[in-house]
Design a protein around this ligand. Structure first.
Ligand code: 5GP
Ligand code: MN
Length: 318
């Protein structure tokens, strides 16, 4: 990270009073943890902070202290707009439409489009929360136990419990500092990665019975009807993809989730030798080499055929 850029950005944060912090649609643990961690740290310096998620806060993240402050809309004027964990501006939904270019873009996705005035993008960071856990203390912003909880949660969830292949010794050291500052690693691990609802387990059942394989690619689909019949409240895959990624002799896993608004959410996971972020980018999505996603308009079956064929071609599987 360019030290001059970083210093300039944090000086501006220090001088601002009314600050908007925002993260992405369909928020994951890193989006929520980074948003709350940064928001609470700024509040500890007596700044007026609004924390916004365009889709609101999902029920599974409401255990995090500070999550009750998250709104779906920004109200009023701000000195500074900080966007965390978003690789491009469309990921902020409609909150920033018609607003000036955001002041800061703090992110770890290699596909980041550098859409802000200050682009703090570190693709070697395992989570946006890791970047914040490094920068906040470096520039004199406090890490209370609540801030540590939020940031450690972001790191744990984005690394699936420190086991993704982008893990680094630096990330382990930063996580240890967050534990020292009050982050409850076993508790956060349990809540972020292990606990699931009965409905989610039945929803997995639907996904598992639709599972298909062609060589070293496996895929499944989750339909609106699957969610309706088991009473699963989200529009996501209930993290089924992380389970599918543990299946032997598989290089790429793809999940198709019907969204009900003519869109299909596609997620890819791959073994280290394969970069699926470029395939997601081709479909106007983005992400990391080993974990990427896109939302594609159309009918699920034709999207499925197109995505599988494109994935095979782009990865040289035929
Ligand atoms: P997932 O497929 O689990 O939602 O996301 C995997 C990774 O891809 C995450 O880093 C996520 O931020 C990114 N990602 C997922 N969907 C999209 C998308 O539609 N656009 C972009 N730019 N990134 C996405
Ligand atoms: Mn995220």
């Amino acid at each position: 990270m360019d030290e001059t850029l970083l210093k300039g950005a944090f000086q501006e944060i220090r001088s601002a009073q009314r600050i908007l912090v925002i993260s992405h649609i369909r928020p994951d643990g890193d989006a929520v943890g980074s948003l709350i961690g940064l928001g609470l740290s700024l509040q500890d310096l007596n700044k007026e902070v609004q924390m916004v998620l365009p889709d609101g806060i999902p029920a599974i993240f409401r255990h995090l202290p500070g999550s009750d402050q998250i709104q779906k809309q920004a109200t009023g004027n701000f000195d500074l707009t900080l966007v965390v964990d978003c690789s491009d501006l469309t990921r902020t939904g409609e909150v920033l439409i018609g607003k000036p270019v955001p002041d800061m873009n703090l992110d770890h996705h290699p596909t980041n489009t550098k859409f802000a005035r200050y682009n703090l993008v570190d693709k070697t960071a395992v989570a946006t929360a890791e970047m914040l856990a490094e920068y906040l203390p470096q520039f004199g912003f406090p890490i209370s136990s609540q801030v540590a909880e939020a940031l450690l949660f972001g790191m744990i969830t984005d690394t699936l419990g420190f086991r993704t292949n982008n893990m680094t010794p630096k990330a382990m050291k930063i996580a240890a500092k967050l534990m020292e500052a009050g982050g409850d690693l076993p508790g956060l691990y349990q809540k972020g990665l292990l606990n699931r609802s009965f409905e989610a387990a039945r929803y997995w059942g639907a996904g598992l019975s639709n599972l298909e394989r062609d060589g070293r690619i496996i895929w499944t689909s989750l339909f609106l009807e699957d969610r309706r019949s088991v009473g699963y409240p989200g529009r996501d895959d209930a993290d089924l993809i992380n389970f599918l990624s543990t299946i032997d002799e598989t290089d790429v896993v793809i999940i198709f989730v019907e969204q009900g608004d003519g869109l299909v959410k596609v997620s890819w996971r791959s073994q280290p030798a394969y970069d699926v972020s470029q395939i997601a980018l081709f479909f106007d999505g983005g992400g990391h080499s080993a974990a990427a996603g896109a939302s594609i308009k159309g009918d699920l079956k034709s999207i499925q055929a197109n995505v599988i064929a494109t994935t095979k071609t782009m990865l040289g599987f035929m």
